[in-house]
Design a protein around this ligand. Structure first.
Ligand SMILES: NC(=O)c1ccc[n+]([C@@H]2O[C@H](COP(=O)([O-])OP(=O)(O)OC[C@H]3O[C@@H](n4cnc5c(N)ncnc54)[C@H](O)[C@@H]3O)[C@@H](O)[C@H]2O)c1
Length: 278
């Protein structure tokens, strides 16, 4: 256990599962006091239990990140529990409808935009003033490789994750000179309940083929990148979206039925690989 985040207070949304859980454990393991926030309060409490059992300090709070009042209360909880806020990871997210644009319901669209995009606005709106009170801080928003690529049957998710990239850039321009660095991560496909609950083994194998490394990622691998971006080691990095694994033409060539359309792939490799969209 290193102590790189000693005396820092961190807030992680969607901290009960997958990437958020791994981030919470990683930050606490490096000395941060962590507010683990989630819709799933029992799950958040269980992560807090793991942190405390390892000698760390943490607090669980239930918040629906799509609800602006709940987000305001969540940030107040962090400040009143641990005395302020230094670090935030806006990670909570859902997969959304699995349908082409013309078949996507208005409700499905609105929900995925609310949970995956509006939430990041609500979170930063309340986190930034709390960080300014401390003289600065660092924020990492969790986007996706689908924040820079299209993906058949995931229009709402893709639009939301692209929005997170734009929101990150804008907040970074507005607040970096005031001491708050704002970055995003764009993970490739990571083996978490979000993938396991929405994609069967064949679909997961297809996604594996998109990664040059030939496997899905682990939540801990994203947590390492998030922790780096939050740390003083990244003191001259802001306004960036850093992908943990981008699809490459080489890796995409092995995919039977590509669902992921990358603009560079399309312009450079048409004819060599099939890019028929479903
Ligand atoms: N798994 C992947 O392949 C992958 C790839 C790129 C980006 N991401 C992004 O990473 C983030 C975490 O995903 P994950 O794979 O760890 O998923 P996960 O399902 O394991 O965890 C998501 C967590 O968010 C919580 N959550 C859902 N809706 C919420 C809401 N309205 N308010 C508060 N909490 C809510 C869930 O309860 C859950 O604990 C998401 O933003 C996701 O889009 C995931």
């Amino acid at each position: 256990m290193t102590d790189g985040f000693k005396d820092k207070v961190a807030l992680v949304t969607g901290g009960a599962s997958g990437i958020g859980k791994a981030v919470s454990l990683k930050l606490a393991g490096a000395g941060a006091r962590v507010v683990v926030s989630d819709l799933d309060l029992d799950g958040a409490k269980s992560v807090v239990g793991e942190i405390e059992a390892a000698g760390g300090e943490a607090s669980a709070v239930r918040a629906d990140v799509a609800d602006p009042a709940a987000v305001a209360e969540m940030v107040r909880h962090a400040v009143s529990t641990f005395g302020g806020l230094d670090l935030a990871v806006n990670n909570a997210g859902i997969a959304g409808d699995n349908k082409p644009v013309a078949e996507t319901s208005d409700e499905g669209w609105n929900k995925v935009i609310a949970v995956n995009l509006n939430s990041v606005f609500y979170c930063m709106k309340h986190q930034i003033p709390a960080m300014l009170e401390r003289g600065g801080g660092a924020i990492v928003n969790v986007s996706s490789i689908l924040g820079t690529n299209g993906f058949a049957t995931a229009s709402g998710y893709v639009a939301a994750k692209h929005g997170v990239v734009g929101l990150t850039k804008t907040a970074a321009i507005e607040y970096s000179a005031k001491g708050i660095r704002v970055n995003a991560v764009g993970p490739g496909f990571i083996k978490t309940p979000l993938i396991d609950d929405n994609l069967d083994a064949e679909a997961q194998e297809q996604l594996t083929g998109l990664h040059p490394i030939g496997r899905l990622g682990k939540p801990e691998e994203v947590a390492a990148l998030v922790a780096f971006l939050l740390s003083d080691e990244a003191s001259f990095i802001t306004d960036r979206t850093i992908s943990s694994m981008e699809p490459t033409p080489r890796s995409n060539a092995g995919v039977k039925e590509p669902v992921l359309v990358h603009d560079v792939i399309c312009s450079s490799y048409q004819g060599e690989t099939s890019h028929a969209q479903r």
